[in-house]
Ligand binder design. Structure first.
Ligand code: SPV
Ligand code: MG
Length: 441
């Protein structure tokens, strides 16, 4: 009797009876045929992130769990969603999978595996799907439980390691936080959603009816941040304006880290804060790069974990100081310990950011590059990826979308001297709003 090889591909983030059933069926086959190997192809974070949300546990943590499941003889990384590279290497006799993959988007994947396996006489065995439990259900339950500051904080670094581009969307209160947390679409069988949340100084100020001039104090900003933290699990990037005086900045770093925020972005400006998108229309002064570098260093010394990130935002292009100045500053800030660079522009085209990225990408100590395409909004995520840009922040769109809708409703009530038209044209159903948030009833 020849020793058989069985291959089972899985993410195994939350091991449940469905997984164990498939492994058990594999074990039974091996027992009948006189033994052999049961190899689990454990999908890497990168493979999982290519089609759905990053798993809760890291690959190493998942490996430890799966290795200790009865019947598993070895665990190998499956680097892509596609089984084929591993199958060609291992040439298993059987691939086992839940029979739910016979229909829908996975049917194609299955057929490809059937075809490849036939090259060496291998077979696909479809195991009857275990009803009543699924990873999707468990994931939803986990989302309700929430997360911990440590897990949330670390998540941004994991995303940077596993995704071509990390997508971040602005949120300015609990409700918009829920939208960033829960909105998703299906595209070619993949679930697309935002990876994280931007706490914008502009939209947080605007939502409170204040200009973006650094008027909201840290306590007030932390109030909104807490509102958002309470109802979300995704990683958070906090807009820290210029970080304040160094003596204050170190406290802010510690506070954010304690709350589980993943990163703060601070800009190299001094004096009364004005929104960058005004550019040179208003008086804005850039910080001396050496002084700003000192602030970065102090922040890095203040943080306690390895995970928290301080990202330096360069305002040279906004203030028309030229590309050389922007690049020189990027060097100084990285040398000071910055964990990433955000380069901002108010140009209508992507050109100057593209040029910055080209020069920046040649740095030997390059760290993640962050952009905020509010002005050059035609740029696509694929173009950003082509230019090696790691994080895109959609910095203000939820608030900008909500505002005109509210103005329209207000005008409609005034014009009609009643609220029927506003309700019919601009509003969600009353039943929907009272039950919008889970737990309302
Ligand atoms: C913010 O969202 O507050 C930002 C980005 O800092 S910008 O408004 O473009 O300066
Ligand atoms: Mg801001």
């Amino acid at each position: 009797m020849t020793m058989k090889k069985i291959y089972i591909g899985m993410s195994a983030d939350l091991i449940h009876p469905g997984h164990l059933n498939i492994i058990n069926e594999g074990r039974k086959i091996l027992e009948k045929s006189g033994g052999g190997e049961l190899i689990v192809g454990l999908l890497t974070d990168k493979a999982i992130a290519s089609y759905k949300r990053l798993p809760y546990m890291s690959w190493e943590q998942r490996r430890i769990v799966v290795e200790n499941v009865k019947g598993v003889t070895s665990v190998v990384p499956q680097e892509t969603l596609d089984y084929v590279p591993n199958l060609l290497k291992i040439k298993p006799d059987y691939v086992l999978h839940g029979d739910d993959w016979k229909t829908g988007i996975q049917a194609k994947t299955r057929q490809r595996i059937v075809d490849i396996m036939s090259q060496w006489g291998g077979k696909v065995i479809d195991i009857p799907y275990t009803e009543g439990i699924s990873s999707t259900q468990l994931n939803n339950a986990l989302k309700e439980i929430g997360t911990t500051p440590e897990i949330r904080c670390h998540r941004l670094r994991r995303l940077l390691d596993s995704k071509d581009i990390v997508t971040i969307c602005e949120s300015h209160n609990g409700l918009s936080g829920l939208i960033v947390e829960n909105t998703s679409i299906e595209e070619n069988g993949k679930k697309i959603e935002f990876d994280g949340i931007w706490i914008s100084s502009l939209t947080q100020s605007a939502a409170q009816g204040k200009p973006d001039i650094g008027y909201l104090d840290t306590t007030s900003r932390m109030g909104t941040l807490n509102e958002i933290l309470e109802v979300t699990t995704k990683p958070i990037i906090y807009d820290g304006d210029n970080g304040g005086p160094q003596e204050h900045f170190v406290f802010t770093v510690k506070t954010l880290e304690r709350l589980g925020v993943s990163a703060i972005i601070i800009e190299d400006k001094v004096g009364l804060k004005k929104n960058s998108l005004f550019g040179t229309e208003v008086f804005q002064q850039q910080d001396n790069p050496e002084d700003f570098a000192e602030k970065i260093k102090a922040g890095k010394q203040a943080q306690i974990t390895q995970d928290f990130m301080i990202i330096a935002r360069i305002e040279s292009l906004i203030l028309e100081q030229g590309m050389d100045d922007a690049i020189a500053r990027a060097k100084i800030y990285l040398d000071a310990g910055a964990d990433g660079i955000m380069i901002h522009s108010r140009k209508k085209t992507f050109d100057e950011i593209k040029e910055f990225a080209r020069l920046y990408n040649q740095f030997s100590n390059r760290k993640p590059l962050v952009v905020v395409p509010s002005s050059y909004n035609q740029v696509t995520e694929s173009e950003l990826i082509e230019n090696n840009i790691n994080v895109v922040i959609y910095a203000n769109h939820l608030l900008r979308a909500a505002y005109p809708a509210m103005v329209n409703a207000a005008k409609s009530i005034l014009e009609n001297h009643r609220c029927k038209e506003a309700s019919d044209e601009y509003c969600m159903n009353i039943k929907d709003i009272i039950t919008l948030i889970p737990g309302a009833k």
